[in-house]
Design a protein around this ligand. Sequence first.
Ligand code: GLU
Length: 447
Amino acid sequence: MANLVQQYIEIAKKRNPGEPEFLQTVEEVLTSIEPVLEAHPEYVESGLVERLIEPERGISFRVPWVDDNGKVQVNRGYRYEFNSAIGPYKGGLRFAPNVYPGIIKFLGFEQIFKNSLTGLPIGGGKGGADFDPNGKSDAEIMRFCQSFMTELYRHIGPHTDVPAGDLGVGAREIGYLFGQYKRLTNRYEGVLTGKGLAYGGLAGRTEATGYGIVFFAREMLKHCGEELKGKTVAVSGFGNVAWGTVQKLNQLGAKVITISGPDGYIYDPNGVSGEKEAYMLELRSSGKNICAPYADKFPGSEFHAGKKPWEVKADLYIPCATQNEIRIEDAKAMVANGCKYLCEGANMPTTNDAIEYLKENGVVIGPSKAANAGGVACSCIEMGQNAGHTVFSPEQVYEQLETIMVNIHKHSAEASEKYGLGYDLVAGANIAGFEKVAEAMMAQGIV
Ligand code: GLU
């Protein structure tokens, strides 16, 4: 069976040259599901894995727009509709200069299993553009979003494909995208999630990803006979996910001692709490994508230029910035500092060799596709709210979110146990996510 999995990985490598991020997640997922394939020869016979690693559809398109100086700019937009076995394609849009098919396909592939883990009827997809929103004026952002949607609208719909935000796409961008979709189609429908509260958005969606991550971390610690209260936590990033995470950690009595940006990290031994939470939002809206000003504003905190927070000693580490921010050298520093828990907030923040090293050294890992699924789960609740022409209260949302996160942890732990792997949430999440998608694919024939 190991041979067979290797063959699938070789197929992926041959078909997707120069896309290391996509191949990284394919390898991680396929290695984990090996025991499931052993138990289900019919999956192998029906070419299920070969189909799973090939997106159902991939769209690449030109996004022309005019900047504030009247100059024509051209970007490239993408939407990879990966798997619709259990529901319409669902996943965010990422606007960042490093976006290319390898990034969108890695995110789309991860989204299949993440969305399945939520227990809700949503398939996997992802999109974006190699557009850098930093330093752009509001008018430029609007023109870009309108041009992007002028192609994308042909491919999406509330029963087909429902995009949302990701890095570089927040409430403002979703607003402009929604406005243009409505103008082009003359339809007011739940085609995007993460909308503003005034026009169909869900109360609690903004903080949902971060809150969900902390609920998941709480379940991990509980399983190991510990609690969050009083724990020191090293968080990376300072965007939407980091902000929600920091807020919920403070509410549950943990102490956040770091945040970070592309420029370096902040070490704050007094804790990132109170007015500092709101300051994270100010940093974000400055559009400069740096965290250094935090240290000038809050005496007692330090800025470490060009460094990552993984060198700091903490009880729990929660990366909330971007992919591959924890590499093998970081994993070694964490283990040397006595790290026991890693709960992944960002998508695929840890390289495969770093995961292996952390596991070998007894670190309990909450993988991103399980831990950060609260965001997309609330997106699906937003789809339900829109389809039912109703409005849910924040209390209704928070309650569902917490239940979903507790269940994701439970099902991941059970799946790992079922295949004799002990408490391995990385494998368990991949297996639990895969099982449902595989069952649906088998029922639907060779499509
Ligand atoms: N971009 C988020 C994620 O990585 C949210 C996707 C969504 O809400 O559709 O899960």
